[in-house]
Write a protein that binds this ligand. Structure first.
Ligand SMILES: [Zn+2]
Length: 271
């Protein structure tokens, strides 16, 4: 699933492409994906895009008349920027046309969603209102993180994945962040003292920043808005590497399940 760095990559690609363009139409073959958009398509027709922003794993396209198109890629979604005349892409479910450019929402698993809402309502309708703090925009510092996580009952990974605490972390960056921190994903949060919580914060931030810098992780199917793969998969220490040698100490990486998710860690490097 695309996480913060992957969605940030797409949003930073889309912003210059869409800014100042006018919405033309939205057509989808899978009604479940666009059910939240259909009622308001006419409200944004011929309206200009003001900006494109990310919140958690959501893409928000803001229009001049205070409407917002929100997209969540869920498990396998991609947004590819095309020429309006281009043929449909493989697994294309929805096309979103602007003057001179056409976004193609390709989604093998069909869990992705598009909404069009008034700016005053979109956060509640899409679930954005339930998101926690953004980790990379300066809203979260180490003491805020310690305050938020200290004494929480349950695994470290469970709390890192909880979108109502820190928004945008998924399986990849939770495992990588734990490796950087030297803390096992299955350790209970309430057992971490402030020093270790501080390490966990630094580790997660480092993993996310590296993901953004390398334009996302393309393990299964992530592509940017131009259809190119990210580079972060070449820099992963643990995610997807269970059974392989730790790049730091050469022991065999352990594969397990934490918080219901496949999880990889190093028994030597992580306590
Ligand atoms: Zn190791």
């Amino acid at each position: 699933m695309p996480e913060l760095p992957e969605v940030e990559t797409i949003v930073s690609d889309l912003r210059p492409v869409l800014k100042g363009r006018f919405f033309v139409d939205l057509v989808g073959t899978h009604e479940n994906s666009i059910i939240g958009a259909l009622d308001n398509v006419a409200s944004i027709r011929d309206k200009k895009v003001v900006t494109v922003e990310r919140r958690g794993k959501f893409i928000n396209i803001f229009f001049e008349n205070n409407y917002v198109m929100t997209i969540h890629l869920r498990m396998s979604g991609r947004i590819i920027s095309c020429d309006p005349g281009d043929e449909p892409l493989r697994f294309e479910r929805t096309r979103i046309d602007f003057n001179g450019v056409s976004l193609r929402f390709c989604d093998v698993r069909k869990f992705g969603k598009v909404w069009i809402c008034k700016a005053s309502e979109y956060e509640a309708v899409t679930g954005i209102s339930r998101l926690g703090v953004e980790p990379l925009n300066g809203d979260l510092n180490v003491s805020g993180f310690i305050e938020m996580m200290k004494g929480r009952k349950g695994s470290v990974k469970k709390w890192l994945l909880d979108q109502s605490k820190v928004a945008g972390i998924g399986n990849i960056y939770a495992d990588e962040g734990c490796f950087y921190a030297g803390i096992r994903p299955g350790v209970r949060m309430e057992e971490l003292n402030e020093k270790k919580l501080g390490r966990l914060f630094e580790g997660v931030i480092k993993a996310l920043k590296q993901g953004v810098k390398n334009r996302g992780t393309s393990i299964s199917d992530f592509q940017d808005a131009y259809g190119y793969k990210g580079k972060n998969q070449e820099l992963l220490y643990v995610y997807g590497r269970g059974g392989a040698k730790c790049l730091k100490c050469e022991s065999i990486l352990k594969r397990t399940v934490v918080a219901g998710r496949g999880t990889v860690y190093c028994e030597e490097c992580q306590e």
